[in-house]
Design a protein around this ligand. Sequence first.
Ligand code: SF4
Length: 362
Amino acid sequence: MPEKVIPIRLAAPPARAPAPHYAGGAFADTLGRPLRDLRISVTDRCNFRCVYCMPREVFDENYKFLPQPQLLSFEEIARLARVFVGLGVKKIRLTGGEPLVRRDLERLIGMLAELDVDLTLTTNGSLLAKKAKALKAAGLKRLTVSLDSLDDATFKAMNDADFPVAKVLEGIDAAAAAGLGPVKINMVVKRGVNDTHVLDMARHFRGSGHIVRYIEFMDVGSTNGWRMDDVIPSAEIVRRIHAEFPLLQADPHYPGEVAERWRYADGAGEIGVISSVTQAFCRDCNRLRLSTEGSMYTCLFGQNGHDLRSLLRAGADEDALRDEIVAVWRARGDRYSEIRTAQTALPEAARLRKVEMSYIGG
Ligand code: SF4
């Protein structure tokens, strides 16, 4: 029986001197990257157990999720978001775990919708049919739904919660009807599991306006048993689709856009590929993640967070919060996807222990 892997949580960094005062103006990290995108995890809980994110053998019935008082309240999240937007953040993505399992999420969305920001959310779609209208009414602009296959048996095996495809498709339709479309649909592609379903997804969503993004299976966290052999390179995915539906490469909407865009030559829409493993895009990564407990992670494959919650709850004012955020960003040098090979070449026990994706959002 392999040794049970205990996911890591916030390792509180040692107390440190107040951050140097930030006097305003543009700022960048050590690789010249600006801060533009903020991903906020509103819960570490989820009603799925996707094998590449929250494997059930680790996140089982004994797993201790974060108690409510340790989560940032909506008021704390909104206050931090206001500071981040003041520092140049243009897009906020709400994530989890599964964000829609957090009660009254519409209330938080209403608070964030007051900010001048592109407000979006990533969901597994399980609660979307019921909630789409309210999310839109609260001010959500658009959303992304994770759907790893149209084949029910495969999808249920991957979400490990016996959840049917039909209900997610219903949620996507409800989101479109509520005005949250076009919906982006994320498919994590794993060799020998769902890679033969890549074309089914393309056939199903072509011409619908929705955009399927094919994601290379990643070594997020330290519990999903990642192997390079299980990765289908994006170039292979594009080749497979192009063979049936000719594709033309399209320009990114903005620098640092995660998905590489490919348009159907016949005008039936587009797809995207997210190639963190085979085509690292760290050079213009402008994303910061805020964990459910209020810690900043400067990389999806990060190890330690930078605790903002203690500052907040110790009564820090906006200046102090700004100083802290800018200091953390300015010290950032992450580029994990560029060093992955060196890392994954190490024996498992010697590899970096990375924070779980379900804790900081994708
Ligand atoms: S690996 Fe880290 S630095 Fe690179 S793109 Fe992903 S989040 Fe950004």
